[in-house]
Design a protein around this ligand. Structure first.
Ligand code: 13P
Length: 253
């Protein structure tokens, strides 16, 4: 079996201030410095990218954004291009977060275009997939996740996943305090990997698939202990230094 390293990525969503960020980032740097084998990243609101770059440059912590335009440049008022994210030293960008899909009408095709634009600029997209509670109850979790994943693969080819990260985030577990059980998450992660393996088993074996949805210090180790869970995408708990550091620590092998 391919040996994959773990990644713990914070998604700050629309939170933070220059003063708060400074303390949080400094704490994360200093308190995770021993965790050599764990990848650590934060996805910050656009206005704080310059701050993230200045604080995190030349440390072991990477940074990125939470969204990106599918367009390269031009008359797109309010949008931010992938090249601009690269200009601020970003390594990662989240695409297809369920909040973008649900609140801003991003469909799987738009998400696929964003994924492609991010990679074209040299960013690593963190592609989010996941079902709602209604969809889970209707027994169509795998269909929903497959559609979200396949739309990207059809546009970019499966080999593009070699330079990407996936995040399974069941919508019903996001910000609700209701975590998927390790086995529920593992089942979907294994499904994702099988589906990709049908096209390319090497890419599937090496792909990092993160779990997101109410990950906390108290449940991280159990989730990260599952064979197909390669770390987490952390919302609320990434804003609290003690929690985020403990989650990073739980990703140690
Ligand atoms: P919470 O960790 O706050 O549930 O958010 C998860 C998430 O949406 C990360 O992208």
């Amino acid at each position: 079996m391919a040996r994959r390293s773990k990644l713990v990525a914070g998604n700050w969503k629309m939170h933070g201030s220059t003063a708060q960020n400074q303390g949080l980032l400094n704490a994360v740097i200093s308190r995770t410095v021993e965790l050599k084998e764990v990848g650590i990243a934060v996805s910050v609101p656009y206005p704080y990218l310059a701050q993230a770059q200045s604080v995190l440059a030349n440390t072991h912590v990477s940074w990125g954004a939470q969204n990106v335009s599918q367009h390269e440049k031009g008359a797109y008022t309010g949008e931010v291009s992938a090249a601009m994210l690269v200009d601020f030293g970003c390594r990662y960008v989240i695409v297809g977060h369920s909040e973008r899909r649900a609140l801003y009408g991003e469909d799987s095709h738009t998400v696929a275009l964003k994924f492609r634009a991010a990679q074209a600029a040299g960013l690593i997209p963190i592609l989010c997939v996941g079902e709602t509670l209604d969809q889970r109850d209707a027994g169509i979790t795998e269909q929903v996740v497959a559609e979200q994943l396949d739309t990207v693969v059809e546009l970019t080819g499966v080999s593009a996943l070699a330079k990407a990260v996936l995040a399974y985030e069941p919508v019903w577990a996001i910000g609700t305090g209701k975590t998927a059980t390790p086995q529920q998450a593992q089942d979907v992660h294994a499904f994702i990997r099988r589906r990709i393996a049908a096209n390319d088993s090497v890419v599937a074996g090496e792909l990092q698939v993160l779990y997101g949805g109410s990950v906390k210090a108290s449940n991280a180790a159990e989730l990260f202990g599952m064979p197909d869970i390669d770390g987490g995408l952390i919302g609320g708990a990434s804003l609290v230094a003690d929690e985020f550091v403990a989650i990073c620590d739980a990703a140690k092998n």
